[in-house]
Write a protein that binds this ligand. Structure first.
Ligand SMILES: [Zn+2]
Ligand SMILES: [Zn+2]
Length: 429
């Protein structure tokens, strides 16, 4: 890069591209990529450039004006540049005129198209002619939204397919199908709740304001693993084991001897109800106080303390509840890929990957108002493609796609009274 200014000028097809490069320069430091190598070259000329626009995804085509497939690319790039102005940056670099640029991007053949996300991270590269529809299809596949509006995203006000499962086959807390061997029932004077497992009972219990454990547990029956009959939860014996992923499992037995027999082939600790309760209630959501398994939770770091958020939205709420900067480690709802969020004064300080988005599960009440569908219907995703796949598998879900910044600011707006009621049965808004 001996003549940096010249490289930029020759590389650019239009003044707008210089602006785009300058924009990159003004952003916070990101991973060192060839894209940034070019941006650094434009250092002196770009300092005064305005940087008011949000960063955009970028397509760079490296070719030469005399190569035949490269010539075929030119009108496509022009089209994309016009149609997606303000939504994606499109750049052409002539590597015969600028061999240094070719080296910086480690180009071996031309034309080569490189796709970058908003943080300047390379997502994909293609060698050879690449048609317009193929380019647009690739962005979609990469989960990059080219609609340009940050508020735009998936909105589902009606379920794609209504949930026709009988209510007594669906867990009141988590909405999963109830397996007959772990069915758990809470039967009060007026209410009857069917739950998928003793674990969901403890989530339910920790969602009741001022609940008395003795009063509540007198209402609970669990399914005897051996006979399939419902038995009083407090009188049962439990095998507290672990599944292949390290997540706790519970099997209930009316008869302690039957539990001990099962334990020989199904490893785990034999526990009475009191012990099970203290284990189940040991880990709580740092925002809503619900019982949670760390295996299901988001990690939340505040100061030197590590806690948990029972869902991704609760994790952001820890910043609001504690009035502290936090670091959240969430898992993509579909793939489990890590999403890291750091907050500063109630705002997002950093987000990895920058393409990560949130799903805000909501249901419409009888009054026509939309309210949170609860912790089990929320999630973060590394990109829109993953969210779409997750929704495809859950056709009954309603809600909307929001940004992670929005997920945080929704929580930051809550008053201490609202936070105290968060995720509580009948109280959560
Ligand atoms: Zn459940
Ligand atoms: Zn929570």
């Amino acid at each position: 890069m001996k003549t940096p200014i010249k490289i930029i000028i020759v590389a650019a097809l239009a003044v707008a591209v210089i602006g785009a490069v300058a924009l990159e320069q003004s952003k916070a430091p990101v991973e060192s990529t060839p894209a940034n190598a070019i941006a650094v070259a434009g250092n002196d000329s770009s300092k005064s450039a305005p940087a008011t626009n949000a960063p955009l995804p970028k397509l760079i085509d490296l070719g030469a004006d005399k190569c035949i497939p490269c010539k075929a690319m030119a009108p496509i790039l022009e089209d994309l540049k016009k149609e997606y102005a303000g939504k994606m940056n499109v750049e052409f670099i002539d590597v015969w005129k600028n061999p240094d640029a070719g080296k910086a991007f480690r180009i071996e053949m031309i034309p080569t198209q490189i796709f970058f996300d908003v943080s300047g991270k390379e997502l994909f590269r293609h060698v050879g002619f690449f048609g317009k529809e193929d380019i647009l299809g690739k962005w979609k596949e990469l989960g990059v939204d080219l609609t340009g509006k940050t508020s735009a995203g998936i909105i589902l006000e009606e379920p794609v397919k209504p949930d026709t499962r009988p209510r007594d086959h669906v867990c009141f807390m988590c909405d999963e199908d109830i397996q007959p061997k772990t069915k758990t029932v809470v039967k009060g004077q007026s209410e009857q709740r069917v739950l998928c497992s003793p674990h969901c009972y403890f989530i339910y219990f920790s969602s009741i304001v001022g609940a008395d454990p003795i009063v509540e547990e007198a209402k609970v029956s669990v399914t005897d693993w051996a006979s399939g009959n419902l038995v009083a939860a407090a009188a049962a014996t439990y095998i507290y084991g672990m599944d292949a992923k390290g997540r706790p499992t519970t099997k209930a037995f009316a008869d302690k001897a039957a539990a001990a027999k099962e334990q020989q082939t199904s490893p785990g600790n034999l526990l009475a109800w009191d012990m099970l309760r203290s284990k189940e209630l040991a880990t709580r959501c740092a925002f809503c106080d619900r019982a949670v398994y760390p295996e299901d939770a988001c990690g939340v770091k505040f100061g030197t303390t590590h806690g948990h958020g029972c869902c991704t939205h609760c994790a952001m709420g820890v910043a609001a509840r504690l009035k502290q900067d936090i670091e959240v480690e969430a898992k993509d709802g579909l793939t489990g890929e890590l999403i890291r969020v750091k907050t500063l004064d109630g705002q997002i300080a950093s987000l990895e990957p920058a393409t990560a988005i949130a799903w805000f599960g909501q249901t419409k009440g009888p009054d026509g108002k939309w309210a949170s569908a609860g912790c089990f219907k929320q999630g973060f995703f590394v990109n829109g493609g993953n969210l779409q796949k997750w929704l495809d598998a859950r056709p009954a879900i309603t809600g909307r796609q929001i940004t992670i910044a929005q997920a945080l600011s929704d929580k930051m707006k809550l008053s201490p009274e609202q936070i105290a009621k968060a995720c509580k049965l009948g109280e959560c808004k």
